[in-house]
Design a protein. Structure first.
Length: 257
């Protein structure tokens, strides 16, 4: 079976991240596959709504570390940038069902969804600064815009985990539900959306995104440039080396900016 599964049910396309043994950590090829699936779905008149979830007990642990170190994203059209572009320009409703781990990209990707249902088990984290990196997928703009600078600073600058209740408070999650009702709740919403007039539905989403599309696109561009620099820095090297060696990083060894 593939690392990303797709299933059509009526006019709803379900996309499932399928690396449960790795907590659905994303590889470069998975970013590219996701971008293609979304771009194809955008042009398919029979797809009206997308449901996005993860196999096993988690949504996504973010970047697969081994693949990430082999293929660090650069500026320009990296696999991550291609997925960001596909999400930014996707005008059909996108509904996410999140359980268990949602770390790094597993959190920031959700900022592009229209509905995010979180199981009570969901745990989120933006650990970028801990790894000598910066946020991605436009989240350096969208998270402060949603929750205010003070709340966003707590999440981005400290990089600490937070639960589904906090995610709902800051506007990242639509609703928190028991894990056993998660998929049914998300599916019910996709079915309601699929019954709406599709032209009007997509026009509503375009209008909602119109005022922020340019800001998010600019944030993605600047983030990608900074990320490409940070991932090659002495700080990031020490952070990832410490992660692999299972020790605390010592940033006094790293070149100061």
């Amino acid at each position: 079976m593939g690392e990303i599964l797709t299933e059509r049910s009526g006019n709803v396309l379900r996309i499932t991240l399928n690396r449960p043994a790795k907590k659905n950590a994303m590889t470069s090829s998975m970013y590219l596959s996701m971008a293609k699936i979304l771009n194809d779905a955008a042009k398919d008149d029979d797809v009206l709504v997308v449901l996005w979830d993860g196999a096993g007990d988690s949504f996504s642990a973010g970047n697969d570390i081994e693949d990430f170190l082999k293929n660090p994203p650069g500026p320009g059209e990296s696999p991550q940038a291609q997925l960001a572009s596909a999400l930014l320009n996707f005008d059909k409703p996108l509904v996410a069902a999140v359980q268990g781990v949602a770390i790094g990209g597993g959190t920031t990707l959700l900022t592009h969804c229209d509905f995010v249902y979180a199981g009570e088990s969901a745990k989120f984290q933006l650990p970028f600064v801990n790894l000598g990196l910066v946020p991605e997928f436009g989240s350096s703009w969208s998270l402060p815009a949603r929750s205010g600078h003070i709340r966003a600073a707590e999440l981005i600058l400290l990089g600490q985990p937070f639960d589904a209740k906090v995610a709902a408070e800051i506007g990242l999650v639509t609703r928190v539900v028991p894990d056993e009702k998660l998929l049914a709740t998300a599916t019910e919403t996709t079915e309601k959306l699929a019954a709406k007039p599709p032209g009007a539905l997509q026009a509503c989403k375009r209008l909602m995104k119109h005022s922020q599309r340019e800001q998010i696109a600019q944030a993605i561009k600047v983030e990608n440039e900074e990320f490409a620099s940070r991932v090659r820095s002495a700080e990031a090297k020490e952070a990832f080396t410490a992660f692999i060696e299972k020790r605390r990083p010592d940033f006094t060894k790293a070149q100061r900016v």
